[in-house]
Design a protein around this ligand. Structure first.
Ligand SMILES: *Cc1c(COP(=O)(O)O)cnc(C)c1O
Length: 431
């Protein structure tokens, strides 16, 4: 083969994603509508079962020997289209979607864990995930929490039972940022995979696989959906981790799938049998949301930075946002996220009473427990999301009695600044 030919060949082999930029890829990568009808968006296949002409054909579909759909708990065209788009967006080899972000976190872990295994996790995790690790104790799975996920803090926690390190990239609401490259190098040196909850970072800020993450989960209820209209989760695999079946029980029958072993095991075992599938309607809503992820994140990150800078200039409140120059994570945000800090910031008001007073005076910002909506949302985490956590857990999750979490929306920044300004002024007068 001549040099010219081999160059041409390797160009053809390049994945579509490498030729397209982010916003183009969200629309066109791994998706070109539904060929049979010309439908530009994959329609909602709102059905439970798919009929086949012969018993032989259905047998093949059930045994993964023929393409096709059998039953929506296992797969569905609308759900499948969403999964392919998410896999492409994360540069993964495949994705499995779930009924919620919590199902995705649970399934991603239970696909590899057994009684006697240990997990290392960040203590600044989302409240539901911390609660889940408590639930897993009943099944013999122990979690060791690191105050933060750094090489120094996790290395002493690793032992022969450690089967996975799990963390969020930008802690919600601690807003601590993980140095993904450093941590993934350490865990891989110990033969351990790294599972990342990338909900708050989104693929707009980072493609975690390029930094060594092995599996990524999203609560797609948040930024991927974007409109706050459907609960869902998704698990994406890089295909890079070697699941040694002498260390990871149950992987033996899936070794024949090579780099698809993790996804094949998930689809054919715990995920399918627990039945936490995504509904076709919600997959559709997510696919539509996904298309504007880049546009929304651009606006959200700009709004968050401007609001953080404004709040930083106001007396009586203390703001935390990783892209502010005063943040200890500022340089990591520049290096890892290209300077973008995501769309969540937190505010300390001085006391619980003041925090409630501020929240109650906001006009545009809505008091609700969600993030990633187009609307600005605020919440007092200590009395809500962390209601089941003890004081020590709250402390290490960065959840203080006077803390307000702000999930910044796409409103005009002038209105947001004015709204927070007037609410802080009223708080200072009244409380
Ligand atoms: C919301 C959230 C979850 C849970 O997702 P649900 O869709 O609510 O089940 C998990 N991780 C993070 C970081 C979240 O923000």
């Amino acid at each position: 083969m001549t040099r010219e030919q081999s160059k041409k060949c390797s160009e053809n082999e390049r994945s579509v994603g490498e030729r397209m930029k982010f916003n183009t890829a969200l629309l066109h990568q791994n998706f070109d509508g539904e060929k049979s009808t010309g439908s530009t968006i994959m329609p909602i296949y709102q059905v439970s079962a798919f009929a086949h002409e012969t018993a032989e054909k259905l047998e093949k579909v059930f045994h993964n020997q023929a393409p096709g759909f059998a039953y929506t708990r296992i797969s569905n065209p609308t759900v499948d289209a969403f999964e392919k788009r998410v896999a492409a967006m994360e540069n993964g080899i495949g994705a499995v979607s779930c009924s919620s972000g919590m199902t995705a976190v649970t399934m991603a872990l239970l696909n590899i864990l057994h009684a006697g295994d240990e997990v290392i996790a960040g203590s600044g995790l989302f409240g539901g995930t911390i609660d889940l690790f408590s639930d897993l104790k009943a099944f013999g799975i122990t979690t060791r929490f690191a105050e933060s996920i750094t090489v120094e803090e996790i290395e002493p926690l690793i032992n022969e039972n450690t089967k996975v390190v799990f963390t969020e990239l930008i802690g919600n609401p601690k807003l601590d940022v993980v140095d993904l490259k450093a941590v993934s190098e350490l865990v891989h040196a110990h033969g351990i995979p790294l599972i990342i909850d990338s909900t708050t970072a989104t693929p707009y800020l980072i493609h975690p696989f390029a930094y060594g993450a092995d599996v990524v989960v999203h609560s797609s209820s948040k930024y991927i959906n974007g409109g706050g209209n459907a609960i869902s989760g998704v698990i994406v695999d890089s295909g890079n981790f070697h699941w040694d079946s002498s260390r990871y029980d149950g992987f033996e029958p899936y070794a024949k799938y090579g780099k698809f072993a993790y996804l094949a095991k998930l689809r054919n075992a715990i995920w399918r049998n627990v039945g936490g599938c995504l509904s076709p309607m919600n997959a559709f809503l997510n696919s539509v949301g996904l298309e504007t992820l880049g546009l929304r994140m651009e606006r959200l990150c700009d709004n968050a930075l401007q609001l953080a800078q404004y709040l930083d200039s106001v007396d009586g409140v203390e703001v935390n946002y990783p892209a502010l120059e005063k943040s200890p994570y500022y340089s990591l945000v520049q290096k890892q996220f290209g300077g973008k800090g995501g769309a969540i910031l937190t505010l300390r008001a001085g006391s619980k009473e003041k925090a409630f007073c501020l929240i109650n005076h906001l006009q545009f910002a809505t008091n609700a427990t969600n993030i990633g909506d187009v609307r600005t949302l605020v919440i007092h985490p200590a009395s809500t999301i962390y209601a089941h956590s003890n004081e020590a857990q709250k402390q290490s999750a960065g959840v203080y009695e006077d803390l307000i979490r702000i999930s910044v929306g796409i409103e005009d920044i002038e209105d947001l600044i004015e709204d927070f300004g007037q609410a802080i002024a009223k708080m200072q007068e009244e409380c």
